[in-house]
Design a protein around this ligand. Sequence first.
Ligand SMILES: Nc1ncnc2c1ncn2[C@@H]1O[C@H](COP(=O)(O)OP(=O)(O)O)[C@@H](O)[C@H]1O
Ligand SMILES: NC(=O)OP(=O)(O)O
Length: 304
Amino acid sequence: MRIVVALGGNALLRRGQVPDAEAQVENIRLAARHLAPLTDDHEIVITHGNGPQVGVLAMESAADTRLTKSYPFDALGAMTQGLIGYWILQAMGNERPERQFASIINQTLVDADDPAFAHPTKFVGEVYDEATARELADLHGWQVSVDGDHWRRVVPSPRPRELIESELIDHLLRESIIVVCAGGGGVPVVRTPEGDLRGVEAVIDKDLSAALIARRLRADRLLVLTDVDNVMEGFGTAHARPITATTPEHLRTLDLPAGSMGPKVEAVCEFVETGGPGVAAAIGSLTEAQALVHGDRGTYVTQG
Ligand SMILES: Nc1ncnc2c1ncn2[C@@H]1O[C@H](COP(=O)(O)OP(=O)(O)O)[C@@H](O)[C@H]1O
Ligand SMILES: NC(=O)OP(=O)(O)O
């Protein structure tokens, strides 16, 4: 089978952890231990988030007084693909030294007139109290918004439309190479009237990009791995109930938060609705990645 795996931000950096390199290397080592068995029997593409990491790089860039302008988010996104891609490459290679892995910097086409550019929603960097967030917003010209009990910087997150390097990824998979790509959803680019590609200030949702990749590569499965075992009905209430086998039709009736479970559910629904016959997607725990493939664990989504 061909499987696209979206590695949640929590797999890279647990909530509240300081984004030191050491902590992330250790988290990714553990994640690789759970992902490696998938590579024994399947063609695997790994995508990953970059919200916390791109926020660290943006802070560093803003603090560098030699620069007349902070590095733009397309450049920062590419840096995070290099950084996290390298960590994943090394961790996976240590688990399966006999296999070949490639981590590619890749670009994701978005619409220049996507309304998301005027309404930033993607949380990046760390969390603050309201006063600090507002102070930083004034200092650096950021936009900030409420994220649960905290405040956080937000940047535009246009919808991914096309993966510029999808043919290359397909080629690598056919050569039995395991591919890490579309980190942070891919570097956001638009097509100019002249036909060139140009980076834009945005961070794409990696779950939505994972769904796009899965569709373009005609994957059999999309696995969205995070820190909960299932999508829950009545999440956070006394009547919370895990959803196991389900359909996009049912999932679309749920009211889910935009910054967390919402895009994951949107991604699996899109993939299952537009994929070929027999495709399936699952949302569940990284530690149960193998069982998710066949619907033995997690929220398993099929056409019904
Ligand atoms: N209905 C729901 N079912 C399960 N988890 C939910 C639901 N609604 C919100 N969540 C939250 O979504 C989180 C996973 O999303 P997120 O933190 O963005 O994951 P990741 O960083 O792994 O991509 C869970 O830890 C949980 O707190
Ligand atoms: N780009 C992205 O979706 O990152 P997170 O998963 O870290 O939010």
